[in-house]
Design a protein around this ligand. Structure first.
Ligand SMILES: Nc1ncnc2c1ncn2[C@@H]1O[C@H](COP(=O)(O)OP(=O)(O)OP(=O)(O)O)[C@@H](O)[C@H]1O
Ligand SMILES: [Mg+2]
Length: 812
């Protein structure tokens, strides 16, 4: 600092108060007695004044100007009351102005104007305080001390030490001066305080000002803290993020968001993306970069990009079209199924010639557990393709297949895209399970989405709602599976190459169990095939008594049950033998009482029950048709979830029996006095189709004749009102069902005789087939071998119980 410091000597203790004092006009400030105040002096005449004073007794009068706008204030511009003061220090600033430090000594009042040039000089009177030491003054003093303390705490420009100083000032007048000189008050307000001679009044004035200030300050700080709270909430996160960023920078980890974006970018660069996909990805990445990671949109785009990079764009596997190899794999995985395997190989051969596997969709149709899914897996293995499976059973929502648009919260691609991602290849074998069980409702038709997926014309540019980019499905080899063709929408069916799989005979099941299921299960249970043998009889016992199905799924499960028990015994050390044999006895003790035993015999023990053969989505099955009667007027009630066609067959059956009552040995009047109730139990399975006509006729005939139907016979066939028997379908499955149920004879329409050639030799050997032309033939066979009960009505004629139908000699 280049300021010249002129040190002024200590002023004398006794201030001599000269009659004439030079007057320094003050603008916008008031100096109080005892207070030390710095002042800047710029006006030429004031500089002269200060210089004169400093070289003299250093005492001057400080009087405030009424209107700070006046350039050169004269006597009339000044208040009357001011403060006598001593100049303690003077500093000359290089620009020619002065800084002085003054200390007020006492209040003074102008008495006489002496001179106006070169500066004002006047005669002043001392203005002493008027102070009475009353309790009121005492109380006011403490109040001011207290208020001032609080104000200091709230005002940022006042130092905390002032609080201590204020509490030490006992003199009321000095206290007022301290408060008045330190607070930022309006000049007029300060001047008014200065002019108050009565100390009590001055204290009141000061405390009023302090109270007002305090109110304003407290309100202010309340507002401040509210605002701060609001701001803090919003800014807290921002600050934390900034800090996090700083920490990461410090650790050399860089910007996490940027790192994430960089990683995404490098992953995208590594991928061989189709052009339009790359463009879309770049666009999204650009948007991502501009967003703060806390934005909701950020997460949405991030997830989308994750999906894009996780898909196997342009990634394919090399096909192995060696038919020998394929044949080998199919044989390795599946027993027999010769025709099916041939069909598959033909399909592959055609593809090989066309050098294109796409555009052809295989559809395996058959009962559960016959190997549809596992054939699909084998095909993938044979071709060296990835295998992926998705089930569309119960899917009602189109969005499940095609995904939701990205604007929905939690949106995802549909199951097709998800499955392709899991397959990690653009040309997997994609098995679509249960295509016959797809539903439709208000959310759209999933079948139409499937149509687009499966249509070679359209699936090159399949559009998933979420991806919103064309996706090439044309290299995928689609294989569908279904239990029945009836419920597959025909536009879908048109595109498929259908391969039928039928149920297995007992021998086939035995072969599958021995050669495939057992080794598979032994391995799954960690059992050594050399140390554990399951006898052939045991396997057959499981098939015959513990399962009743078209496929081999329960068989596999029962085998697993048996092996699990054996595994436990071996593990617990309960058997010390080097070779464990599982025979009939062990199967029985392991699996408990047989599950399916003599059901037909039990059910048909009473008159009015006939055993029908049905062909359902689950394969062939036996169904029991029950007829009962009660007093009424010849009406027919039908229950058991029978469809319209079946209800009509029931009517036809009843009509025929009624029309031929006499021939059956029944009084025709019986029908006028009875209502007939026909029921087909078997759970809640809806049943329909015409093939139960003869079974219902037999049930009603059995009822009215009061003669049970033979326990070893099952039947199927449509009936006309004239009593003719018409052909039906599903002979193979029905025959297998009859065999499984332990029946010995099957009554079937003569027109179905050619179908018998197709049956497995084993089935033909075990079952006797009775082709029939008319209902009379049916009745003859159905009651053949059945015990005749006592006649319902004494005068009924006995109808012939034998006919020309073939009946095996063992049964007479
Ligand atoms: N011919 C066969 N040879 C060997 N194993 C077979 C054969 N048929 C079925 N299996 C086995 O039976 C089990 C059930 O077969 P799979 O799951 O393929 O039945 P599915 O026809 O798909 O039935 P669903 O209609 O219930 O889906 C599998 O373990 C499969 O390997
Ligand atoms: Mg399956």
């Amino acid at each position: 600092m280049s300021e010249a410091l002129v040190d002024v000597e200590e002023r004398p203790d006794e201030l001599t108060f000269p009659a004439a004092l030079p007057v320094l006009p003050l603008k916008e400030t008031v100096v109080f007695p005892e207070s030390v105040t710095p002042l800047a002096i710029g006006q030429e005449r004031s500089i002269k004044l200060v210089e004169d004073v400093v070289s003299g007794d250093r005492v001057l009068a400080l009087v405030t100007v009424r209107d700070p706008g006046v350039e050169q204030p004269g006597w009339d511009d000044l208040y009357d009351v001011g403060t006598a003061a001593v100049i303690h220090k003077m500093i000359k600033v290089p620009d020619g102005t002065l800084r002085i430090l003054v200390q007020g000594t006492q209040r003074i009042q102008l008495d006489q104007r002496i001179q106006a040039d070169p500066y004002l000089v006047g005669e002043f009177l001392e203005l002493p305080d008027k102070l009475e030491e009353t309790p009121e003054v005492e109380a006011l003093t403490r109040n001011v001390q207290n208020l001032f303390g609080r104000v200091i705490g709230l005002v940022p420009y006042l130092p905390e030490e002032l609080q201590l100083a204020a509490s030490n000032v006992e003199d009321p007048s000095a206290l007022c001066n301290l408060v008045a000189s330190t607070l930022r008050l309006k000049t007029e307000e300060k001047q008014r305080l200065l002019e108050l001679t009565d100390v009590a009044t001055r204290l009141r004035g000061v405390s009023a000002i302090l109270n007002r200030e305090l109110e304003v300050l407290e309100l202010g700080s309340k507002i401040q803290s509210q605002v701060q709270e609001e701001m803090e909430k919003g800014q807290r996160e921002f600050f934390l993020r900034q800090q996090l960023k700083a920490i990461q920078d410090e650790l050399g980890e860089g910007d996490a968001d940027q790192a994430e974006i960089n990683e995404l970018r490098s992953r995208l660069d590594e991928l061989d993306l189709p052009e339009d996909v790359r463009k879309a990805a770049e666009r999204e990445l650009g948007r991502l970069e501009k967003l703060p990671s806390a934005a909701a949109e950020y997460g949405v785009i991030r997830t989308y990009l994750d999906w894009l990079v996780s898909l196997p764009w342009n990634k394919t596997t090399e096909d192995n079209l060696d038919l020998e190899h394929a044949r080998h794999i199919l044989d390795e995985d599946h027993f027999d199924l010769e025709k099916v395997k041939d069909r598959i190989l033909e399909h592959l051969a055609v593809s090989k010639l066309k050098n294109d596997l796409s555009g052809q969709i295989l559809c395996f149709v058959g009962p559960p557990g016959v190997g549809k899914t596992s054939l699909g897996q084998s095909i993938a293995r044979a071709l060296g393709r990835k295998f992926a499976r998705l089930s569309v059973g119960g899917v009602r929502d189109e969005a499940e297949i095609r995904g939701h648009r990205r604007t929905y919260i939690g949106a995802m691609p549909g199951t097709i895209i998800r499955t392709i991602r899991d397959a990690e290849s653009m040309n997997p074998v994609l098995l679509i399970d249960e295509i016959d069980k797809m539903g439709t409702d208000f959310r759209g038709d999933p079948a139409s989405a499937m149509l687009e997926v499966l249509d070679p014309e359209q699936n090159k540019t399949f559009r998933d709602h979420y991806l919103d980019l064309p996706f090439d499905l044309s290299k995928v080899l689609f294989i569908c599976t279904a239990n029945t063709l009836d419920t597959i929408p025909s536009p879908l069916l048109d595109r498929m190459d259908v391969i039928q799989l039928s149920g297995y005979t007992e021998d086939e099941k035995f072969g599958i169990a021995k050669r495939y299921l057992l080794p598979k299960q032994l391995e799954a249970h960690g059992l050594d095939p050399d140390r554990l043998k399951v006898t052939d009889n045991a396997i057959r016992l499981i098939i015959r008594e513990y399962t009743r199905e078209s496929g081999v799924r329960s068989l596999e499960r029962r085998l697993a049950d048996v092996l699990r028990k054996a595994a436990r015994q071996i593990a617990e050390g309960k058997t010390r033998a080097t070779m464990v044999r599982i025979d009939d006895r062990r199967v029985r003790s392991g699996l408990g009482p047989r599950r399916f035993e003599g059901e037909v015999r039990k059910r048909t023990a009473e008159p009015g029950v006939a055993t029908g053969l049905a062909f359902t989505a689950a394969g062939g099955d036996v169904l029991f048709f029950e007829a009962t009667a009660y007093p009424g007027k010849g009406r027919l009630t039908i229950t058991g979830q029978l469809g319209e066609v079946m209800q009509e067959s029931a009517q036809a059956a009843l009509s025929w029996v009624r029309a031929h009552a006499e021939q059956l040995g029944v009084d025709p009047a019986w029908f006028q006095e009875h209502d007939v109730h026909l029921h087909v139990p078997a759970g809640a399975v809806p049943k329909d189709g015409p093939s139960a006509g003869i079974t219902m006729a037999v049930a009603i005939a059995s009822l009215v004749r009061n003669q049970p139907v033979a326990e070893d016979v099952g039947m199927t066939g449509e009936i006309t009102l004239t009593g003719l028997v018409l052909p039906i379908g599903g002979i193979r499955e029905k025959a297998l069902a009859a065999q499984r149920a332990g029946l010995k004879r099957v009554i079937l329409p003569r027109d179905n005789e050619p179908d018998l050639k197709e049956l497995p030799a084993e089935t033909k050997r075990e079952l006797e087939f009775i082709p029939v032309d008319s209902i009379e033939d049916v009745l003859a066979a159905a009651f053949d071998g059945a015990p005749r009960r006592e006649k319902r009505q004494a005068n009924l004629k006995v109808a012939s119980s034998r006919s020309q139908a073939r009946v095996s000699p063992s049964r007479s």
